[in-house]
Design a protein around this ligand. Structure first.
Ligand code: C2E
Ligand code: MG
Ligand code: MG
Ligand code: MG
Length: 284
């Protein structure tokens, strides 16, 4: 009887497994045509400096699937990477976001995420500098965000790529700092302009002692290395106040604003200029 049960269970298990696989296959196929079908769009999440004045926006990719609705980048980017589609999608993001950034005040930066596959694609630096040229966005306004995973392989090539981007005047941010491999040797060897502390370390601020110690340490280390620090995932005013007091250079998170559609950005900029504490901001 046990054997029979086992078989029956095995039989009933299979169809759902198949369904999952079929869904993934359907998703995979629709991902392949999503660019042509204009199903991607970008949201922009503001970043503020220590005085809470807008410093810029981070471009965050979304996929509006015709049947499934809006799909998170966490769900489809790994698939796009393994199918070799990410370079093309990433190029679209870069160009579209740069065009959007041109419509903002000229001292706002634009941050664009690069997945490992994009970063490792030969010709990345040419592609980026050509895009900036074509669109007409000054390279100083672009910030590229990479994660530590990117740097695990091909170290000499990576260093070369980062140095070239640096020479072009493009800023480099180390995203999700502290959650991946976190080898400090990256900080010694690679020319980052900015470290983004992962929201994992921000979540339990301002009360959690361990989070406090880690965040203080990262800020001190980054500043000692001549890098800026951005806290991501700042959700409360208390967290923001604590980070400001500790000298964190930039803040990003729901306390300020969720990622916004391109059309909402202008409204955010206008409202923030009226109500935000950036009226007396000294612009450099
Ligand atoms: P990320 O670059 O670390 O982006 C931050 C993520 O945290 C975003 O999720 C953002 O919506 C979310 N977030 C912002 N503020 C808060 C907050 O206060 N609390 C919480 N809990 N979350 C917050 P999203 O948009 O789902 O993006 C997830 C990841 O997907 C990004 O992480 C980035 O690694 C990747 N990604 C997004 N767009 C692109 C893209 O255009 N290209 C590439 N290669 N990767 C992208
Ligand atoms: Mg990012
Ligand atoms: Mg991040
Ligand atoms: Mg992240």
């Amino acid at each position: 009887a046990a054997k029979k049960d086992g078989r029956r269970r095995a039989r009933t298990f299979n169809p759902s497994m198949l369904q999952v696989l079929e869904q993934r296959e359907v998703l995979r196929r629709s991902l392949r045509v999503a660019l042509q079908h204009r199903e991607f769009f970008i949201e922009y999440q503001p970043l503020v400096d220590r005085s809470l004045a807008i410093a810029g926006f981070e471009a965050l990719l979304r996929w509006r699937h015709p049947i499934l609705g809006v799909i998170s980048p966490i769900a489809f980017i790994p698939m796009a990477e393994s199918d070799g589609l990410m370079s093309e999608i990433g190029q679209w993001v870069l160009e579209e976001a740069c065009r959007q950034a041109l419509t903002w005040p000229a001292y706002y930066t634009l941050a664009v995420n690069l997945s490992p596959a994009e970063f490792l694609t030969p010709g990345l630096t040419d592609r980026v500098s050509q895009t900036l040229d074509v669109v007409g966005l000054p390279s100083e306004r672009l910030e590229l965000e990479i994660t530590e995973t990117v740097l695990l392989e091909r170290t000499i090539n990576n260093l070369d790529t980062l140095n070239t981007l640096n020479v072009l005047g493009i800023q480099i941010s180390l995203d999700d700092f502290g959650t991946e491999y976190s080898s400090l040797s990256y900080l010694k060897n690679f020319p980052f302009d900015n470290i983004k502390i992962d929201k994992y370390f921000i979540n339990d601020l301002p009360d959690d002692q361990k989070s406090q110690t880690i965040v203080r340490f990262v800020i001190a280390m980054a500043h000692g290395l001549g890098m800026r620090v951005t806290a991501e995932g700042v959700e409360t005013a208390e967290q923001a106040a604590w980070l400001q007091a500790e000298g964190c250079d930039r803040l990003q998170g729901y306390f300020l604003s969720p990622p916004l559609g391109a059309d909402m950005v202008d409204e955010f900029i206008r409202k923030h200029a009226d109500t935000g504490p950036d009226n007396d901001r000294v612009k450099s």
